[in-house]
Design a protein around this ligand. Structure first.
Ligand code: PMP
Length: 437
């Protein structure tokens, strides 16, 4: 982590809140990347959002390219999503018993996602992955899990091994507090390397329950993979009797109605979801063929549960979001917005005095500071590159544009990002780059 001198700091209210927060919340935040440690300065405390904008505690507004890290595909406080939440809310917040909304959301996921026949809801992406792995182990009767360096699958103990996202930013290969015994059944391979997987499966294939991957890795920057590599994962897992798990917590219902699986034309055995399917409420889910999902209690022997799982208010937000995306040709519009941003941005990127390139897949994009082409494997940034990102981040913030406060995080477009918002972004970047030069 490179300490960076912020160009413009948070206002007095955010600063006072941060000071109070640091007394009672570790690092002042509920999730580490929010703390601005990688870019320097004080995190903004957000008071409200509307469309593509957020407003901080000091009343300053920003064009938001974080979108709560993915859920807000319709933008902040979308009236239809709020109306659905409001309508559900008057009937209570939770029942701890089945409700109609969870059936509707499950039906929508099954109808949209390739080879999903059944869905179970949880309250976060972490839980979705944890539970999918448990059912994969139960189904195959095997113990080993294979993951890829640079992919993040939540913070379950056995997956905090060379994980991406916040951990990469902090330069730690794994977390304290995780016993070696808990990660002993996890293997970590490089992305973009089918030979490495082939070799591992030849050696230990009979013990591998599942290979898990973000089909469009988006937690160590954006690392789009060759289709042949993903096809090799599909074929090799089949050959060795292991399940393939697509972690679509970010990509699900964002890159297409059927997620990355539809976009790539490759189906996994199990998929995990979060973010978009909850419309901004705490929701995760995992889905797969009935023969696999039937292992879950109460039908099967694999325990999995949650007090607030299938929460009626959260389910209503998810249903409203997916309905809106379908009604408004959301995925097509997001693709068009992404392409427009790419077109507008190219001439501005060319003015940078240091390597700066746009990596984009649909409505996900990453400003990569790596020299050379778009990386396909997790590459650490140098101190100098990290410092450059800090300067870029604060230059954009000073111009009213809120980027993820880490060089390793992807940016998110929403349906609320129209041509005017894209133009503002491009202009701010042009002027920031001119200042940095
Ligand atoms: N998988 C992926 C691909 C993710 O991006 C994330 C979170 N960013 C998770 C799992 C964990 O989700 P959550 O933060 O909701 O636990």
């Amino acid at each position: 982590m490179t300490p960076v001198q912020p160009a413009a700091d948070a206002g007095p209210r955010s600063s006072a809140l941060y000071e109070r927060a640091c007394r009672v919340i570790p690092g002042g935040v509920s999730s580490p990347v929010r703390a601005f440690r990688a870019v320097g300065g004080t995190p903004l405390f957000i008071a409200r959002g509307a469309g593509a904008e957020i407003v901080d505690a000091d009343g300053r507004s920003y064009l938001d390219f974080v979108g709560s890290w993915g859920p807000l595909i319709a933008g902040h406080a979308h009236p239809q999503v709020l109306a659905a939440i409001g309508a559900a809310l008057v009937h209570g917040t939770t029942y701890g018993a089945p409700c109609a909304a969870e059936v509707e959301l499950a039906e929508r996921i099954v109808a949209a996602y390739p080879q999903a026949e059944q869905v179970r809801f949880v309250s976060s992406g972490t839980e979705a992955v944890m539970s999918a792995i448990r059912v994969a182990r139960a189904f195959t009767g095997r113990e080993l899990i294979v993951k890829f360096a640079g992919c993040y699958h939540g913070h379950a103990d056995h997956l905090l091994v060379a994980a991406g996202s916040g951990l990469a930013t902090f330069g730690q290969p794994s977390s304290a507090g995780v016993p070696a015994a808990f990660t002993a059944c996890t293997r970590v391979l490089p992305l973009d390397d089918e030979a490495a997987l082939r070799e591992l499966l030849q050696r230990e294939g009979a013990r591998v329950a599942a290979v898990i991957i973000e089909p469009v890795p988006a937690n160590h920057g954006l690392l789009p993979q060759r289709r042949e590599f993903l096809l090799a994962l599909r074929e090799l897992t089949r050959e060795h009797g292991a399940l393939l798990i697509f972690d679509e917590v970010i990509s699900g219902f964002r890159l297409a109605r059927g997620g990355a699986a539809e976009r790539l034309g490759i189906a996994a055995d199990l998929a995990t979801f979060g973010k978009v399917i909850g419309g901004g409420m705490p929701v995760g889910a995992f889905a797969g063929a009935r023969r696999i999902m039937a292992r879950l209690a109460p039908d099967g022997d694999t325990y999995q549960a949650g007090t607030l799982s299938g929460n009626p208010v959260a389910m209503a937000a998810g249903v409203a979001t997916l309905a809106l995306l379908e009604r408004e040709a959301g995925w097509q519009r997001l693709e068009e917005r992404g392409a427009e941003l790419e077109r507008l941005l190219q001439p501005v990127l060319a003015t940078a005095r240091f390597p700066l390139q746009l990596v984009r897949v649909g409505s996900l994009f990453w400003l990569s500071l790596h020299a050379g082409g778009a990386p396909r494997t997790a590459q650490p940034l140098t101190r100098e590159e990290s410092a450059r990102f800090g300067a870029l981040f604060h230059g954009m913030l000073a111009r009213g544009v809120y980027l993820p406060p880490s060089a390793y995080e992807a940016c998110f477009l929403s349906l609320a990002h129209g041509s005017a918002e894209l133009a503002r972004f491009v202009q701010a970047l042009g002027s920031t780059l001119a200042e940095l030069a």
